[in-house]
Design a protein around this ligand. Structure first.
Ligand code: NDP
Length: 246
C-alpha cells in the first residue's frame, strides 16, 4: 500500500500547472485532497474529474487568495487540524522588468503571494502539525532563487526567501516529527510561462528554444517521491532542471 494512501494533502494553487498535476498524482496515490486557489471553477472541474477516476478519496475545494491572511485562517480553520502534507505551491511572476521599471503593484503582488502568502498558509497549518507531532511541509521554490537573472530581480528574491524560510523552519521543527522540504524546479511549461511575458506567446516560446521544458507532471512526480519517503527521511532540498538547462 502506498504511504500516501489516506493522507490529507493540502495544495495551494491547485487550479493549474504544477499544483493541478500534484492533485492528479496524489489522487492516484490514494490521498485525500484539499485544493485551494482563486479560480474555484477550475478546482470544481478537477474535483469532479478526479472523483470519477478515484473512488474512495475525499476532495474538498476552497476559493482562497493566499495574500489575505484573515481569509487564509478562516478557510483553513475548517481542516487545519487534519493536514498531513502541505504543498505551498501558489506563486506567480508579474512580467519580467528591469528593477527601475517594476511597479509598486507588481512588487507587492509578488511579495504578497510568493512570500507572505506562503507564510500565511504555513502559520495556519503548522500549529495543528505541532499538536499532532507529525506533518510534512513542501515548499515550491525555484532555480531562480539560486540563480538570479536580469529582469527577474523581485521574483528571484521571493524564491530566495522561500529557500531561507524553508531552511529556518526545518531548524525550528528539528526536534519534532515534522518534515520541511523545498523543491526548486527549472523551466516548467505551464500558464506561468506565458503570464511572465504578459501573454506574449512568442517571447514565452523563445525561452524554450533548444530545450524541452519540464512539465507539471515531472515536478509532481518528484513531490510525490519526496512525500512518500519513510518518516525518518527528509529530502530538504531538490533541484530539478530540464536536461538542456544549466
Ligand atoms: P501556474 O500559473 O500554472 O500556477 C500558479 C498557481 O498559483 C495557480 O493555480 C494560481 O491559481 C495560484 N495562485 C496565484 N496567485 C494566488 C493567490 N494569490 N492565492 C492563491 N493561489 C494563487 O504556474 P506554475 O504551476 O508554473 O507555478 C506553480 C509554482 O511553481 C509557483 O510557485 C511558481 O513560482 C513555481 N515555479 C514555476 C516554474 C515554471 O517554470 N513554471 C519554475 C520554478 C518554480 P489562481 O490563479 O486560480 O489563484
Amino acid at each position: 500500500m502506498s504511504r500516501l494512501q489516506g493522507k490529507n494533502v493540502f495544495i495551494t494553487g491547485a487550479s493549474s500547472g504544477i499544483g493541478e498535476s500534484c492533485a492528479r498524482h496524489f489522487a492516484q496515490a490514494g490521498s485525500n485532497l484539499i485544493l485551494a486557489a482563486r479560480r474555484k471553477e477550475r478546482l470544481a472541474g478537477l474535483k469532479s474529474e478526479l472523483e470519477s477516476k478515484h473512488a474512495g478519496i475525499k476532495i474538498a475545494i476552497y476559493e482562497l487568495d493566499v495574500r489575505q491572511r484573515a481569509k487564509v485562517h478562516e478557510v483553513t480553520a475548517q481542516f487545519e487540524d487534519n493536514v498531513d502534507i502541505l504543498i505551498n505551491n501558489a506563486g506567480l511572476v508579474i512580467g519580467l522588468d528591469k528593477l527601475e521599471d517594476i511597479t509598486e503593484e507588481a512588487l507587492d503582488t509578488m511579495m504578497d503571494t510568493n512570500v507572505k502568502g506562503l507564510v500565511h498558509v504555513t502559520q495556519a497549518v503548522l500549529p495543528g502539525m505541532r499538536q499532532r507531532n507529525k506533518g510534512h511541509i513542501i515548499n515550491i521554490g525555484s532555480v531562480a532563487g539560486q540563480q538570479p537573472y536580469a529582469n527577474g530581480s523581485i521574483y528571484c528574491a521571493t524564491k530566495a526567501a522561500v529557500a531561507s524560510i524553508s531552511r529556518a523552519l526545518m531548524a525550528e521543527t528539528v526536534n519534532t516529527n515534522i518534515r520541511v522540504s523545498e523543491i526548486n524546479p527549472g523551466l516548467v511549461e505551464t500558464e506561468f510561462s506565458v503570464v511572465r511575458f504578459r501573454g506574449d506567446k512568442d517571447k514565452a516560446d523563445n525561452v524554450y528554444k533548444g530545450l524541452t521544458p519540464l512539465n507539471g507532471d515531472d515536478i509532481a512526480e518528484m513531490i510525490v517521491f519526496i512525500a512518500s519517503r519513510p518518516d525518518h527521511v527528509n529530502i530538504a532540498e531538490m533541484l530539478v532542471f530540464p536536461t538542456h538547462q544549466a
